[in-house]
Design a protein around this ligand. Structure first.
Ligand code: DAH
Length: 346
């Protein structure tokens, strides 16, 4: 309401200054101070504001009213005797706040996810968006001829010809998942390990309301002695409850991923239809939220971890979809359009 008041004041100030005769000033008097004016309307609504805002807003509105009134009075005299004050400045009015920006809804959401995992003892790490094929695929138990490579086909990148500073010995690509960060992180660490790796990934994807070719994932990895499936389910249930509230309904299903054994998918009850079935959950009543599983022994070996002493779990969640669900956003593409009408809602 304060912003509305200030803009009424700004508008009135200019019109009063520009008024060329007293008839015009009388018209402005009615427009800004009359019974049906915007200002009078706002004054009437002050009683509906929260108690702690009423005093300050009421005060501002009254001062603006007085300023407009005295501005019109001054101009009236000025028009009669052109030596009077020309400008209308009330130095006691508060300044106009410059418009401040804020974080993107996805950034805010990623920070929330990070803070939840940090509170459970996880560290936050990152990896490159342009990745070596061996980290994106081979060392994650997806060899050259594995069908998953078709599913996750992507852009392969060549060093520019004649670029002497960069000699390309290995295949480079736009990473299709954040899972390669698991391998990279373990090259520099020894168990016990608890980490998450949020970041951007790329897919050859026809875009629609729930698919984008560029989006955000968050990888998670826990390796320690005696890590079990129940640790995985417990940790991720706590996470989902922290995001969606204690009453969220969670469902765990078996699923295949080459880098885990067994693999599990987590679904939550569709928040929008409460499980009745709607277009957002494709009439299923459940929404797939993340993939996970116990780290495959081959992957543990590729990480340099002794699978006889240690076990672990890993998971990968789609941050965009989670953010959409928690904020009621229905189209994934809105996050990347830069449309202020969308962004200002957060
Ligand atoms: N990387 C998988 C994807 O992009 C998601 C995933 C599934 C990550 C299972 C994991 C996992 O770490 O254990 O679809």
């Amino acid at each position: 309401m304060k912003d509305q008041l200030k803009s009424i004041y700004e508008e009135a100030k200019i019109k009063i200054e520009r008024a060329s005769d007293s008839a015009e000033l009388e018209r402005l008097f009615i427009e800004y101070l009359g019974r049906k004016s915007k200002l009078t309307n706002l004054l009437r609504n002050i009683k509906n504001l929260p108690v702690q805002e009423r005093g300050e807003t009421g005060n501002l509105a009254n001062r603006i009213r007085q300023a407009i009134e005295s501005g019109i009075r001054t101009r009236r005299q000025g028009l009669k005797a052109p030596t009077g004050h020309k400008t209308l400045i009330d130095r006691t009015l508060p300044g106009i706040m410059p418009a401040l920006g804020h974080y993107h809804p996805l950034t805010k959401f990623i920070r929330l996810v990070e803070s939840i995992f940090i509170s459970m003892g996880f560290e936050v790490v990152s990896g490159p968006e342009i990745e070596l094929a061996k980290y994106n695929f081979d060392l994650l138990n997806i060899p050259q001829d594995h069908p998953a490579r078709d599913l996750w086909d992507t852009y392969y990148i060549k060093a520019a010809q004649g670029n002497k500073s960069f000699e390309q010995k290995e295949q480079l690509l736009l990473r299709t998942q954040t899972s390669p960060v698991q391998i990279r992180a373990m090259l520099k660490r020894q168990p016990p390990v608890r980490l998450i790796a949020p970041g951007r990934v790329f897919r050859h994807e026809a875009t629609d309301s729930s698919h984008e070719s560029t989006f955000y994932q968050c990888e998670g990895l826990v390796i320690d002695a005696g890590v079990k499936v129940t640790d995985l389910i417990g940790t991720l249930s706590i996470f989902l409850k922290r995001i969606f509230g204690e009453n969220v309904k969670i469902r765990v299903r078996p699923e295949y991923y080459p880098f885990v054994e067994p693999g599990l998918d987590f679904d939550i009850r569709c928040q929008l239809c409460g499980g009745q079935g709607c277009s957002v959950c494709s009439q299923r009543g459940w929404l797939e939220i993340l993939g996970s599983g116990l780290v495959h022994p081959v992957v543990l070996k590729n990480m340099g971890v002794d699978s006889k002493k240690f076990s672990g779990f890993a998971f990968g969640l789609g941050l965009d979809r989670l953010m959409m669900l928690s904020n009621g956003v229905k189209d994934i593409r809105l996050s990347y359009l830069g449309d202020l009408r969308f962004l200002r809602q957060f």
